[in-house]
Design a protein around this ligand. Structure first.
Ligand code: UDP
Ligand code: MG
Length: 329
């Protein structure tokens, strides 16, 4: 395959209006869904009217196993609004898997895809800019929050610490970017080759590479309803954000082990010194206490961290389907 002809093909494709699919994962979102559709439809229409995207572009709502009226609202709208399509997952698989389901099941059906939460906290007015940046030659356009003013102090601070930790262990991320982004079909094709199950999508795109750019926006409050990301889910997601991309914690065990070994050697010399040059040595103390604390500590920590990774290997080897599609409209 000749790289030049590939490039020509990409260039040719970019010159026409790209077909856009907006993917929106929804979990128990009956309170916001109608407003979301009513706000996104005119925006899509104006992009079509101004020849920025093709006429067959559409919105794909992924119902992540909701227990409220989410699916029936999607079905209802799809009857009267040709731009509204839906995908119902058989069970609640979580935001990341739902988003992946929406993207992968539409692979090769469009030129570009935009993922956005259906509570419209992310500003849809930057969508035209994202499309422009794609036409200008970018394969990925990251939506980045310009400030975190609407967040609580706790969320702001914990996010800062989390980014620092990720940086320290070598995870390549875009600060203040969540899952609001545009990707091209090429990127989606690359993404489909990643078979991992412990998903942390926002760090996978920098891993994939390709030319990218960012757009800045202000994140708003949720339109209505409550967050579907309680602290527990957020913490486990954050943990994935580190352990799915870095083996630095494993290396830390080695460093810790070496450090403790050196320290225990120094203590041993000290004990020998006490024994030989003073009369304060307590018989049996050193030989009992030292090994218990040092070896016990190292073992517990090592087993704990190695266990984390074994847990992941276990999940990977089970090869469970990440999502099962129930219905589509
Ligand atoms: N979501 C989902 N499955 C879940 C939890 C959340 O599809 O199990 C969707 C939810 O409907 C929303 C998006 O993921 O569109 C982000 O969730 P939310 O707005 O509750 O998170 P927050 O913005 O508070 O972090
Ligand atoms: Mg939200």
């Amino acid at each position: 395959m000749c790289a030049v002809s590939d490039f020509d093909e990409i260039k040719l494709k970019r010159e026409k209006m790209p077909k856009l699919i907006v993917v929106l994962p929804c979990y128990n979102e009956e309170e916001v869904l109608s407003t979301t559709i009513e706000e996104l439809t005119p925006l899509m229409q104006s992009l079509i009217d101004s020849n920025k995207i093709s006429q067959d572009s559409f919105l794909c709502f992924v119902d992540d196993g909701s227990r409220d009226k989410t699916w029936s609202i999607i079905e209802q709208f799809s009857l009267s609004n040709t731009m509204v399509r839906g995908l119902k997952l058989a069970n609640n698989v979580g935001h990341q898997n739902a988003l992946l389901a929406g993207l992968l099941s539409n692979k090769d059906r469009a030129d570009i895809y935009i993922s956005i939460d259906c509570d419209l906290q992310d500003d849809i007015s930057v969508i035209p800019k994202m499309v422009e940046l794609y036409v200008a030659g970018n394969e990925i356009v990251y939506g980045v929050r310009s400030s975190r003013e609407v967040d609580t102090l706790f969320k702001r601070k914990s996010a800062e610490i989390f980014y620092d930790v990720q940086e320290a262990v070598g995870v390549d991320i875009i600060k203040n970017h969540a899952d609001y982004r545009l990707i091209s079909n090429r990127v989606l094709d690359a993404l489909s080759k990643y078979q991992e199950r412990n998903l942390y999508l926002r760090a996978m795109f920098p891993l994939i590479g390709f030319k990218s750019d960012v757009v800045y926006y202000q994140r708003k409050e949720r339109l209505a309803g409550e967050t579907k990301y309680p602290l527990k889910k957020m913490l486990s997601f954050a943990w994935d954000g580190i352990t799915s991309f870095s083996t630095v914690p494993l290396k830390l065990i080695t460093v810790l082990g070496a450090t403790i070994f050196v320290v225990s050697m120094l203590i041993s010399f000290w004990i020998i010194f006490i024994k030989i040059f003073t009369d304060q040595a307590v018989p049996g103390w050193a030989s009992t206490t030292l090994p218990i604390y040092f070896i016990g500590g190292i073992q517990l920590l090592s087993v704990g961290i190695i266990g984390e990774y074994i847990g992941k290997i276990y999940a990977e080897t089970k090869q469970r389907p990440r999502f099962i599609i129930d219905k589509t409209v």
